[in-house]
Design a protein around this ligand. Structure first.
Ligand code: HEC
Length: 318
């Protein structure tokens, strides 16, 4: 987006410009930032965290328990597994016609003195006759990020927040249940952690110890500025009243470009500092074609570091 069009947008939104705040993404010249190694999202159907830990459902359950992470076995297998899952061959009682099993994303990461940026580009799925689960937004790009505190997010990525009894999952029956982390429950069974919540005092303690995941979401519509929601996941999904994350997007020739950014430090409650010398884990997801809830494509777990180091993705200073 050019500076001019950003101003036009600000004028249209009046006072809202103040809260939309950063012209920050303007600070990065993306043509000078290398595209990271590829990330391909896959359609997970109803494969939950508990599913992945159950040997009769997932032959590798024991290997995972012994310490092998999901990506270590599955990188480059997104089509192999995502396509049959999306078509309804396995673990999907209600396949969506035309749902893509695998979606490649081009990713770029950068930071400057103040902010961390992630830029994603991908081809839109195109129009369909499928019913709209989300009436308003055709596309939602989401990012989970953690600094290593939640160990099974480091190991299992998005599956760490996806349980068998969440809304629309195999053991949910008709219950509505948001994303949560296993350690918020007193017990986890094959069917998930149900409503066996730990005490509020325990949950408060976990929150104070950073035992949560940050979730950023940019809700996208062609020709309009993104609506950003950020929040955190512990015993359920919480939205921060004022997002620290900002986003920009364009949709041109069937390709989406979205940039999400956030202050590196001091981003407010329920945000962890993003600093050099630490290794972070990220997971991305995409809702396309007005999809909602679990009907998204997701990534394996990927590591991220600032200014060099051993990680899948490195955000350098620009
Ligand atoms: C040791 C290697 C290994 C690890 C680690 C591993 N998997 Fe798998 N996974 C497999 C194999 C092999 C299959 C093929 C189907 C089967 O044997 O269950 C598979 C299948 C799958 C499928 C497709 C299921 C289907 O029926 O099409 C998904 C989804 C999946 N794994 C997710 C995960 C997740 C999530 C994790 C981490 C929590 C993980 N895997 C860890 C080896 C692994």
């Amino acid at each position: 987006m050019t500076r001019t069009s950003f101003h036009t947008l600000g004028a249209g939104l009046g006072l809202a410009l103040v809260t939309l705040a950063p012209l920050s993404a303007q600070a990065i010249d993306w043509s000078s930032v290398p595209v990271s190694k590829k990330m391909v999202l896959l359609y997970p159907a109803q494969t939950s965290f508990e599913w992945s830990l159950t040997p009769k459902d997932h032959s590798a359950a024991q290997k995972f328990k012994e310490g092998k992470n999901c990506q270590a076995c599955h990188i480059d297998e997104e089509e192999k597994y995502g396509v049959p899952l999306a078509s309804g061959l396995r673990w999907e009682p209600t396949p969506i016609p035309g749902k893509r099993g695998a979606v490649p994303l081009q990713l770029q990461f950068a930071h400057d003195d103040k902010n961390f940026y992630v830029r994603a580009q991908w081809k839109d799925s195109g129009p369909s006759d499928n019913p709209k689960m989300d009436e308003e937004f055709p596309v939602k790009l989401s990012l989970l990020i953690d600094d290593g505190t939640v160990s099974y997010f480091t190991r299992a990525g998005c599956w760490a927040v996806c349980h068998d009894d969440q809304t629309g999952m195999a053991s949910a029956k008709d219950a509505e249940r948001e994303k949560y982390l296993a350690h918020s429950r007193t017990k986890i069974r094959r069917s998930g952690g149900g409503d066996n919540l730990k005490s509020q005092a325990d949950l408060d303690k976990m929150l104070s110890e950073d035992q949560y995941l940050e979730l950023w979401q940019a809700r996208l519509k062609p020709g309009e500025p993104p609506v950003v929601v950020d929040g955190y996941i512990l015993e359920e999904r919480h939205e921060n009243p004022q997002p620290a994350v900002s986003a920009e997007s364009t949709f041109e020739n069937g390709t989406w470009t979205a940039v999400m950014s956030r202050p590196l430090t001091g981003a407010g409650p329920h945000h962890k500092d993003i600093v050099p010398g630490k290794t972070y884990t990220i997971g991305l997801s995409l809702h396309e074609d007005f999809a909602g809830g679990r009907f998204h494509q997701v990534s394996w777990e990927f590591s991220l570091a600032l200014d060099g180091g051993q990680a899948d993705f490195v955000a350098d200073k620009h």
